[in-house]
Design a protein around this ligand. Structure first.
Ligand SMILES: [Zn+2]
Length: 364
């Protein structure tokens, strides 16, 4: 058969491919050595875990992604097979991280409704008028009343000796979480309170603080503990609660041993005014809203005789009220442990009720 010039050309090409020159071989070997030394092989999906493990925590994800992509491409500059896939991995990793961050941000926004301004201008009279009373609060349920932005009074009712008594506590928003002041006076009431907080506010309760060792402050701590809420009390409150056979907060708040002591707790200040309703009674002040939660140490205006005073210090009570008044003269709203909120006049009113009871008791 005659060989055409085309055949000759093909044979020449075949011979060139079959016998590559030595420089090309060395170049190919160098490329292979470089690629196998890199942590990321030619399979991009396998590169993800090794990249993630090596992610330095001190750098931002953006600078790391760009920096790593650059150095990897520099090392692999001569490797055409990996160049495109490496770039794709880097771009994908960057996208994935920012997508995850966006999801986190969006979920945070959805879970945390922004505070409204609707309650900032409520007067004390309006707050008292809309305070949930016995008629609106059946035993075993809990009511929430927002009195300032991010500050709610929680109300529950307990039957004692055939008489229904309402009790107040406080809920304070701290960023995207809530702080609870006092339980809702019992396990069932506190379970109802957690349900109300979830459905009406929709933010998780991070911590709860007992204002003193009586059951209207601590009964329900076990429910809160089981729900993952960190429960707090002073060492004295914990000791007295244990002696009384009441539920005990798990964590301790220190720095509140002496009258006049105050500690910051998130957006609130916790203050020990001195012995009054009990030797360990605390109050909470929320500076941003001017709300003072007096707990059982402060009486509502309608109360003209003392309530339970079995653990009270009738001699020290009015001095403790004076210390409280001096500490927070800018207070706008005072929430007592039971009954309707009022203003700072509740502190003098409490002193008057306690002193007149003490004086009449001494006369007898
Ligand atoms: Zn009490």
């Amino acid at each position: 058969m005659m060989r055409s010039p085309k055949h000759d050309q093909r044979d020449e090409n075949t011979q060139r491919q079959a016998k590559p020159d030595a420089r090309a071989v060395r170049r190919r070997r160098r490329r292979a050595a470089t690629c196998s030394a890199l942590p990321t092989p030619h399979r991009p999906w396998l590169s993800v875990p090794s990249v993630t493990r090596g992610w330095p925590k001190t750098r931002s994800s953006a600078s790391w992604t760009i920096g790593h992509a650059y150095s990897t491409l520099r090392h692999r500059g001569s490797c055409r097979e990996t160049r495109l896939t490496t770039l794709m991995v880097m771009v994908n990793l960057g996208c994935m991280k920012y997508f995850a961050l966006c999801l986190l941000f969006l979920s945070g926004c959805v879970a945390a409704p922004p505070p409204s301004d609707a309650n900032q201008s409520l007067t004390v009279a309006e707050i008292a008028q809309n305070h949930p009373g016995l008629a609106e609060t059946p035993p075993g349920e809990a009511r929430l009343h927002e009195i300032r932005n991010g500050v709610w009074v929680h109300v529950a009712v307990r039957e004692v000796g055939g008489v229904m008594y309402p009790a107040n506590g406080l809920v304070v928003r701290d960023g995207n979480e809530l702080i609870l002041v006092d339980t809702a006076w019992g396990d069932k009431n506190t379970e109802a309170l957690l349900t109300a907080l979830k459905t009406e506010i929709g933010l998780p309760v991070r911590s709860a603080i007992a204002m003193h060792f009586h059951d209207d402050c601590v009964e329900g701590m076990d429910v809160l503990d089981a729900a993952g809420v960190a429960t707090y009390g002073t060492p004295l409150t914990k000791r007295l609660a244990k002696a009384e056979g009441n539920q005990i907060p798990r964590q301790s708040i220190d720095g509140l041993a002496e009258p006049g002591d105050a500690v910051r707790f998130g957006p609130m200040e916790i203050f020990y005014p001195g012995p009054a309703h009990s030797v360990d009674n605390l109050v909470v002040y929320v500076p941003d809203s001017g709300v003072l939660f007096g707990g059982c140490a402060v009486y509502e205006m309608d109360r003209k005789t003392p309530g339970y005073i079995g653990d009270a210090d009738l001699l020290a009570w009015s001095s403790s009220m004076q210390r409280l008044k001096t500490k927070y003269p800018q207070t706008k709203i005072v929430v007592p442990g039971h009954g309707l909120p009022g203003g700072l006049e509740l502190l003098d009113h409490t002193s008057d009720v306690v002193n007149s009871h003490r004086d009449s008791a001494l006369e007898r």
